[in-house]
Design a protein around this ligand. Structure first.
Ligand SMILES: [Zn+2]
Length: 72
């Protein structure tokens, strides 16, 4: 993520990286994931908090997500 991120909800620019809290990292795995991806972790999710409206934006590395999915 770059410094020019805007909040998808309010358009504010007061966003900071954060982490979702759990007993471990949270991953996202495409529904059409390759078998090898299903047996391993998915793409780690990163969160950004908007300090103007409280919106939390979740993103994964698109290249990692593509490598897990059955997409070209
Ligand atoms: Zn916002």
């Amino acid at each position: 993520m770059n410094e020019e991120m805007k909040c998808l909800r309010c358009g504010g620019t007061n966003l900071k990286p954060s982490e979702l809290q759990s007993t471990g990292k949270i991953y996202s795995c495409p529904k059409d994931a390759k078998l090898t991806a299903v047996l391993t972790t998915g793409a780690v999710m990163h969160a950004y908090i908007c300090f103007d409206c409280g919106h939390v934006d979740l993103v994964v590395d698109p290249e990692k997500a593509k490598s897990l999915a059955k997409v070209p």
